[in-house]
Design a protein around this ligand. Structure first.
Ligand code: GLC
Length: 743
């Protein structure tokens, strides 16, 4: 019976697979035909991406000559069509351009930065946000975005952690895949889709010391087990393009890294999408000290597998000479051109190159703003709520304080190029809508987040004295995170911490809301607060989303996508750490050490005298307005073979008096390995909404094959031995159960 049903299923699916294969073959034939008619100059033109602003005659000349393959940063639909017409109707072969833009967390309706979307632990919501971004951006003619960014980020000094999904490969994989689905939909040739771009390939998040563009040293097992898995998932899920990263990996810049771009991406993974450089990253191999000049850089990049040169002028400047001199094979150029043409066919640009100007500029639809508000609500992480000061009562007077309370520009965060600040709704505006203007006293206290002046403190304290509750909005301006914006000290900038301390003098409950682009050091600020809600730049609807959570119209369900360190000096810090040979035991902290204490008096284990052992808050942590209990996990088996699976089941119960959402997290530990293994690794999660008293049985199916790792010789192994498993509310809690992998 089973065989028959499999055969039947195969017969049912076979026609669509055959149709897909036939369509792919037809596309390759069209590419062959076109390639056969292209001159070397026209081939090189397809590999050239330039930034364009307006209908520029010099650009038009390049387009007519077939010297441009893609334009980024043009977002006016009329201009897009005019430039496209120069390619399709006024160039020799009429090959359409593909227009690109950094649509990183929304186009006009700005969603939370990706790190904030990660805090939702909600793939469906991330997918919806990407779908909305694609619909808005494609309505201007943009059909390719440089997103999702999949760089595993474990050093919060690095400003680009804002663009990431945080420190964990599994969470990054699930959310990155959801984002690709949102951008590309089920048919990339539809005009309201965008090609995704898996970036930055690879290892950029390991920039040494968290300083952007810095060198990285990534041993093979770390590359294979932490850095690459999200990118492999992108290749598997059909992300249409990849972007290579600025950094060198162990001395070889990604833009010239044949091992990465050909051996792994093409050879091992069989990827047939298109690889674009990062902005000028081919040219930057000269300052890297990897290329003597732009000619050598062009040769290294094309041979390594970079198809398109973004704003580097390396290919248009040197590829012709390199091919004619025999230093670069024509076949190598043809392969790159194929990948570019295949992208354009997949986007349907040959059949439908123009954006529909009648339906252009589809922005800010009510359902989009609603979805953006939900995303803000679900991205908010409640870290403290003493005496249940939250949710706020409705019949109170509130003092709204802090430089991020009414920051129309800065609440949108980094990479929100097309944002319109006058469309942003701020927390101050939303709280005034909810409480009425006469019940909201506003005194920012500081002009911006870097302001060191205390001139505004008196007014803020006065407002606090007149109110029942103080809500202080602090954090980082948008410019303090993102590309090239690393910070060595990741505490609140300016005099914000001093402002929070000052507010305590009013003797009223202080609710601190952090709006920021990164995990920050907030230990002192936590002490100044009765409640603390941690949010990442939330975008257009940051105000309504945060206000809904503060007032109980929504409940907080965000969970940390990174640990929060106690001190900057702990960085890099992450939950999936190694146990060491001397894990922290009894710790004598710096203020408790006796004078003239003996050398070994503080114990010889792994911790900081001034910061202790772990983070301030663990990965996956977050509170709600209710409480939850977990039953001990029950396993379907306590022994499995390397090709086996087991099911882990646990019952989660809402033990409080309010609705709430809980993110049940599945962690595993391999206790002994031929390489030491992390103390925990996330292998699954499920977000469930439960009413008071409601229970839900949550089951995870775990494959032994997913519990392996790469050895130093690069072989992937699933080793027999003892394992522990948790189903828990975060990476630091829960009672483990044991199982074995046996031969
Ligand atoms: C930038 C970034 C990259 C972005 C590209 C285009 O320098 O590194 O993430 O997509 O250039 O703006």
């Amino acid at each position: 019976m089973k065989l028959a049903s499999i055969l039947l299923a195969g017969l049912l699916v076979l026609p669509s697979l055959t149709a897909d294969a036939a369509a792919a073959a037809a596309t390759e034939k069209k590419i062959d035909d076109l390639l056969g008619r292209m001159t070397l100059e026209e081939k090189i033109g397809q590999l050239n991406q330039l930034s364009g602003f307006g209908y520029d005659p010099a650009m038009v000349g390049r387009i007519n000559a077939g010297a441009v393959g893609s334009i980024l940063n043009e977002v006016d639909p009329v201009t897009v069509n005019k430039l496209q017409r120069e390619a399709v109707e006024n160039s020799r072969l009429g090959i359409p351009l593909v227009f690109a833009r950094d649509v990183i967390h929304g186009f006009k309706t700005i969603f939370p930065i990706p790190l904030g979307q990660a805090a939702t632990w909600n793939p469906a919501l991330v997918e919806q946000g990407a779908r909305i971004a694609a619909d808005e951006a494609s309505s201007t003619g943009v059909r390719w975005t440089f997103s999702p960014m999949l760089d595993i980020s474990r050093d919060a000094r690095w400003g680009r952690i804002a663009e990431s999904f945080g420190e964990d490969p599994y969470l990054t994989t699930v959310l990155g895949t959801a984002m690709v689905r949102g951008y590309q939909g089920d048919d990339l040739s539809k005009p309201n889709t965008m090609a995704a771009c898996a970036k930055h390939f690879a290892g950029y998040g390991y920039s040494e010391s968290g300083r952007d563009y810095n060198t990285t040293w990534i041993p093979e097992p770390l590359l294979r087990d932490v850095v690459l898995p999200p990118f492999k998932a992108m290749a598997d899920c059909g992300a249409a393009t990849f972007m290579c990263s600025f950094n060198d990996i162990n001395g070889v810049p990604s833009s010239g890294n044949r091992y990465l771009l050909r051996d792994i991406l093409r050879g091992e993974w069989g990827y047939d999408g298109m690889m674009v450089s990062d902005w000028g990253s081919i040219q930057q191999m000269i300052p890297h000290g990897y290329s003597a000049d732009l000619r050598q850089a062009a040769s290294q990049a094309i041979n390594a597998g970079v198809d398109m040169d973004m704003e580097g002028y390396a290919y248009v400047g040197h590829l012709k000479d390199l091919v004619e001199s025999g230093e670069v094979d024509m076949a190598t150029v043809d392969e790159a051109v194929r990948n570019v043409l295949r992208l354009k066919y997949r986007l349907g640009l040959f059949d439908n190159p123009y954006v529909d100007e009648k339906t252009a500029n589809r922005f800010y639809l009510p359902q989009s703003l609603e979805a953006a508000t939900r995303a803000v609500e679900e991205s908010a992480v409640l870290l403290k709520n003493d005496a249940g000061v939250l949710p706020l009562a409705s019949d109170i007077k509130v003092a709204v304080v802090g430089p991020m309370a009414d920051a129309h520009h800065d609440q949108n965060g980094t990479w929100s190029f097309d944002m319109e600040k006058n469309r942003s709704v701020t927390p101050l505006e939303s709280l005034r809508d909810i409480y009425g203007k006469d019940k909201v006293i506003y005194a920012p206290g500081l002009k911006h987040t870097r302001d060191r002046s205390t001139d505004g403190f008196a007014a803020a304290l006065d407002a606090a004295r007149k109110a029942d509750v103080v809500i202080a909005f602090v954090g980082e301006e948008a410019v303090l995170s993102g590309e090239a914006h690393s910070r060595a000290d990741i505490s609140l900038p300016g005099a914000q911490s001093a402002l929070l301390k000052e507010l305590k003098k009013a003797g009223k409950p202080v609710v601190t809301v952090i709006i920021t682009g990164r995990p920050m050091v907030i230990a002192g600020d936590l002490d100044s607060s009765n409640a603390l809600l941690y949010t990442f730049h939330g975008g257009t609807m940051a105000g309504p989303g945060i206000a809904n959570v503060l007032t109980g119209r929504a409940y907080p369900s965000g969970r940390l996508p990174n640990v929060l360190p106690r001190m900057s000096g702990q960085l890099p810090i992450y939950y999936a750490r190694k146990n060491t040979g001397r894990p922290a035991a009894e710790m004598t902290l710096i203020d408790d050490i006796e004078l003239e204490a003996g050398q070994t008096s503080t114990g010889c284990t792994s911790y900081y005298l001034d910061a202790g052992d772990g983070p301030l808050f663990p990965f996956g942590y977050g509170l709600g307005y209710t409480t939850f209990s977990y039953s001990d996990p029950v396993l379907s088996a306590t022994e499995i073979t390397p090709d086996g699976t087991l099911t882990a089941t646990c019952r989660v119960t809402n033990t409080g008096s309010r609705d709430g959402a809980e993110v049940a997290q599945l962690y595993v530990r391999d206790l002994v390995g031929s390489l030491v293994r992390p103390v925990r690794e996330l292998k699954g999660f499920e977000k469930v909404i439960l009413a008071p008293g409601e229970s839900r049985e949550i089951s995870f199916t775990l494959k032994a094959a997913d519990l392996g790792f790469h050895r130093l010789d690069n072989t992937y192994v699933v080793e027999p031995g003892d394992f522990q498993l948790w189903i828990a509310p975060n990476s630091a809690e829960g009672t483990p159960v044991s199982f074995k992998i046996v031969h």
